[in-house]
Design a protein around this ligand. Sequence first.
Ligand SMILES: Cc1cc2nc3c(=O)[nH]c(=O)nc-3n(C[C@H](O)[C@H](O)[C@H](O)COP(=O)(O)OP(=O)(O)OC[C@H]3O[C@@H](n4cnc5c(N)ncnc54)[C@H](O)[C@@H]3O)c2cc1C
Ligand SMILES: *[C@@H]1O[C@H](CO)[C@@H](O)[C@H](O)[C@H]1NC(C)=O
Ligand SMILES: *[C@@H]1O[C@H](CO)[C@@H](O)[C@H](O)[C@H]1NC(C)=O
Ligand SMILES: *[C@@H]1O[C@H](CO)[C@@H](O)[C@H](O)[C@H]1NC(C)=O
Ligand SMILES: *[C@@H]1O[C@H](CO)[C@@H](O)[C@H](O)[C@H]1NC(C)=O
Ligand SMILES: *[C@@H]1O[C@H](CO)[C@@H](O)[C@H](O)[C@H]1NC(C)=O
Ligand SMILES: *[C@@H]1O[C@H](CO)[C@@H](O)[C@H](O)[C@H]1NC(C)=O
Length: 501
Amino acid sequence: MVPISPSLRLSAALRAAVAVLHEVATPTPECCNLLARAFPADVSERDTKTWNFENNNFWSATEIRNPTCVFLPDSTEKVAEAVTLFVQHKWRFAVKGGGHSAIPQAANIDGGVLMPMHRLNSTAIDFERGALRVGTGVLMGDIYAALDPHNLTAMIGRYEKVGMGLAMGAGFSYLVNREGLAIDNILDYEVVLADGSVVNANAGSNSDLFRALKGGNNNFGVVTHVTLATVQTEGAIYGGVVYYPESSLPHVTDQIYDHHTRQAIVDTSTHVLPQYGYNGTTNETISFCPIIYNRAVDELPEVLRGWIGTSYTKSSLKKRQYHDLSVELNAGFPDGLVQEQRVFSAYADANLYRDVWAAYHQWLQKYQHIPGLYGLHVNMPITPHVIVRGSANGGNSLGLQSAGNRTLGALYFGITLDNMSDAPEVLPAHGEFVRSMENLAKSRGLWHPYIMLTYSGYDQPAIASYGPENVAFLRKAQEKYNPDHVFQRLVPGGQKPPSLH
Ligand SMILES: Cc1cc2nc3c(=O)[nH]c(=O)nc-3n(C[C@H](O)[C@H](O)[C@H](O)COP(=O)(O)OP(=O)(O)OC[C@H]3O[C@@H](n4cnc5c(N)ncnc54)[C@H](O)[C@@H]3O)c2cc1C
Ligand SMILES: *[C@@H]1O[C@H](CO)[C@@H](O)[C@H](O)[C@H]1NC(C)=O
Ligand SMILES: *[C@@H]1O[C@H](CO)[C@@H](O)[C@H](O)[C@H]1NC(C)=O
Ligand SMILES: *[C@@H]1O[C@H](CO)[C@@H](O)[C@H](O)[C@H]1NC(C)=O
Ligand SMILES: *[C@@H]1O[C@H](CO)[C@@H](O)[C@H](O)[C@H]1NC(C)=O
Ligand SMILES: *[C@@H]1O[C@H](CO)[C@@H](O)[C@H](O)[C@H]1NC(C)=O
Ligand SMILES: *[C@@H]1O[C@H](CO)[C@@H](O)[C@H](O)[C@H]1NC(C)=O
């Protein structure tokens, strides 16, 4: 038995919401024995080596929970048989991809079966079709490693250790400005539904499920394989991370706005991921910006030159391939600390962008005394072209069309702490702070309702933010594919639709 830190009461609201759903049985060790009889090689009890590894192998410490046992399927068939068992016995379970969500219990569970997907890790290239079929246990690094040698790439995520959860959420890739979101570059989902059947969802078959999964998270089934569109590369890209001192931040802020409204639009081969990192220990902020040009050039093109038109302390810009870049980026985001993420959307606006960072900087200084306090602010563009790509590729459920012909910034706020015991002091206040920034954006007429699921906080209504029409659409798809709400009642973790009927 692993003691649960009392500070996990932080998620009281979440747990209360979850409790409402629980007329279901919590799996007991006997249930896990039954599961182990069905899958002798794939089930690990509490306190075994495998259980310990799987229960701790998460980016955020908020995900380390207390599952009754761990089930590691290595085939679609096993997932289907297991889902049938879970439903039959009303056992709760959690589906884990790369374990990079910070929402408590998004991909783990207290009392229930933890089902990591990582043994489903195949990567198969279909050169003729221009597609890559992967098991949903792969990580982004596996995808780049499979495609780089063939001068191909896929539109997924940018960091080596992130998993396929983003393929049911949204997904910013290096090529987002040109090709659109990850979900809009998926050709097929293979899904295990609540009744244990395995179906394919794509433009031609189960097309409503296809659209629902593009934003629907774990609410429709367990996705076992995904077929991703691939595109040709020029064999290399030019990119790396540029680090700026505090004195260069005003320049970086100006570049962010210019990137959102000009650079990313006039040249869609650009990609920049600017980040401000405030370190409470030193009371210092640095900015570090992955800057990428998705073509085989030998230096930054003119359109991105502004990023090096100020003093910077360090740069890893060079000609390279995606896998190498994904490894470098991930190195700055180690596993195991206490993490919380929040996000909202606003129309690109230079003053808003500047004021939001200034306010966050002020707010963070109030918590400087908290061990390990680190605040990260990122602002990622969703250009009109990205939204058009979504519609052109069959549509998703995000409701972004309402942004019209203006760039949206996805404004991200991340907090890191050393100790869970400090969470109750900092995290609710962090929620308040982000709401105050939404209000600031509202007061200036710049707020947009979209909350990107993949960066959302546990109490942010990501799916409701898609708007009433999309919520109605998702509800209809629920009635058809998940009529007993199995993926809400038995899979309580992560973002859920606003109402069960
Ligand atoms: C360091 C870091 C870098 C990141 N970089 C990027 C980036 O470049 N681009 C970007 O868009 N996002 C990025 N993200 C955000 C990322 O998209 C989300 O954290 C996403 O949820 C990660 O998916 P996962 O599989 O790793 O996480 P998990 O926590 O394992 O899963 C997330 C959710 O998806 C569900 N899920 C996972 N697999 C399945 C499945 N097979 N079937 C059904 N449901 C499933 C889980 O139940 C869970 O609720 C990053 C996050 C971090 C921490
Ligand atoms: C990949 O899958 C194979 C076969 O299921 C398994 O043996 C291996 O451990 C998996 N790799 C990872 C990293 O899980
Ligand atoms: C990839 O591109 C590089 C540079 O153009 C070329 O030298 C190499 O042969 C290509 N490799 C493949 C597998 O096409
Ligand atoms: C913050 O600064 C301290 C002291 O220099 C350092 O040890 C720590 O690694 C920094 N934290 C991060 C996340 O960079
Ligand atoms: C932290 O840094 C800010 C400037 O960025 C400064 O105004 C403030 O006084 C510093 N706080 C402490 C406690 O040194
Ligand atoms: C919090 O973390 C620090 C290390 O950063 C450690 O020294 C301290 O003991 C921790 N406090 C608690 C209450 O866990
Ligand atoms: C959107 O804006 C771009 C430039 O800002 C313009 O070229 C394009 O025609 C506009 N599209 C629509 C549909 O208004």
